[in-house]
Design a protein around this ligand. Structure first.
Ligand code: HXC
Length: 291
């Protein structure tokens, strides 16, 4: 196991289950020390990267340094050939209650614009490997935006989603107006962003924001299970599938279909496409090698 040393190991070895009771706030990996997140590998084959936001007292308010750590952890998982999917979660009370308001309170326009404030947040959206958000409790403001940067959202039955920035005299700044609108449609997105009202996990499911709801205590396990399913497949082909779906958010239908066709044709240059089809014909399980 390339990742993890010392105190974090005990936490990691329980490959499933809610790590809410983690004894340490500092996970150590081969390359990085983290203060605000816990990082490990989950799943029976330890092929699911796991990031738990760990500023529980501040309801996982997403301060700048926390988001930098998330970016760093994602870099590590992207570079680890054993990792096939990544799960991001928070605590039982809050996935994340938004960007850190205390950190933002006295910021000036010059600092925000000149300093390219929040630019590193986009790292989550540019991750090549699939990322699953396991959301319990509050996912508000930047917390909701962080979840929406992930590819799949699983919600605990008590989760609440909202974009309450309007109540603070500002607006979503990490893709909320765009991703929420694409996920739930104009009317509900307008209502949420203009009133600051939250929606429940059940409303989020009905509107297409989340794909599944589980009892709060199960949502992380289920997200890891989903990550394991994804990690079983060819990482190469998975990346192509993800790229094609993401094309739907940025391209016209004709352009998107063209991209999909190119990627589909490209799968025929891989060993994994041959292996997948041969395995079906030979009535056996495929053994993908990511080639
Ligand atoms: C900083 C926060 C925080 C936040 C909570 N806390 N949210 N600190 N930034 N976003 C801190 C509180 O100050 C408090 O610490 C502790 O967490 C517990 O919060 P309480 O308010 O006491 O808890 P509770 O009464 O249970 O209420 C929970 C809550 C409320 C409804 C989630 O905390 C809340 O409304 N938070 C703000 C939600 C929000 O407006 N999010 C959008 C942020 S703007 P102390 O030490 O004071 O007791 C945003 C912009 C995104 O995200 C732009 C692009 C990224």
């Amino acid at each position: 196991m390339a990742l993890m040393r010392g105190v974090a190991v005990a936490w990691l070895l329980g490959s499933r289950g809610l790590p809410f009771a983690a004894a340490t706030a500092r996970a150590s990996t081969a390359g990085a020390q983290y203060q605000h997140i816990l990082v490990g590998k989950k799943g029976e084959k330890e092929n699911v990267g796991f990031i738990q936001l760990n500023r529980t007292k501040a309801l996982n308010a997403l301060c700048d340094s926390l988001m930098k750590e998330v970016s760093q952890a994602l870099d590590e998982f992207e570079n680890d050939p054993a990792i096939g999917a990544i799960v991001i979660t928070g605590s039982e009370k809050a996935f994340a209650a938004g960007a850190d308001i205390k950190e933002m309170e006295n910021k000036t326009f010059q600092e925000c614009y000149g300093g390219n404030f929040l630019s590193q947040w986009n790292r989550v959206a540019t991750t090549k490997k699939p990322v699953i958000a396991a959301v319990n409790g509050y996912a508000l403001g930047g917390g909701c935006e962080l979840a929406m940067m992930c590819d799949i959202i699983y919600a605990g039955d008590k989760a609440q989603f909202g974009q309450p920035e309007i109540l603070l005299g500002t607006i979503p700044g990490a893709g909320g107006t765009q991703r929420l609108t694409k996920a739930v449609g104009k009317s509900l997105a307008m209502e949420m962003v203009l009133t600051g009202d939250r929606i429940s996990a059940q409303e989020a499911k009905a509107s297409g924001l989340v794909s599944k709801i589980y009892p709060a205590a199960q949502v992380v396990d289920e997200a890891i299970r989903c990550g394991e399913k994804i990690a079983f497949n060819s990482k190469l082909i998975t990346a192509m599938a993800k790229e094609a779906i993401n094309g739907a958010f940025e391209l016209t239908l004709a352009e998107g279909n063209r991209l999909e066709k190119h990627l589909f044709h490209s799968t025929f240059s891989t060993s994994d496409r041959k292996e997948g089809m041969s395995a079906f014909v030979e009535k056996r399980k495929a053994n993908f090698t990511d080639q």
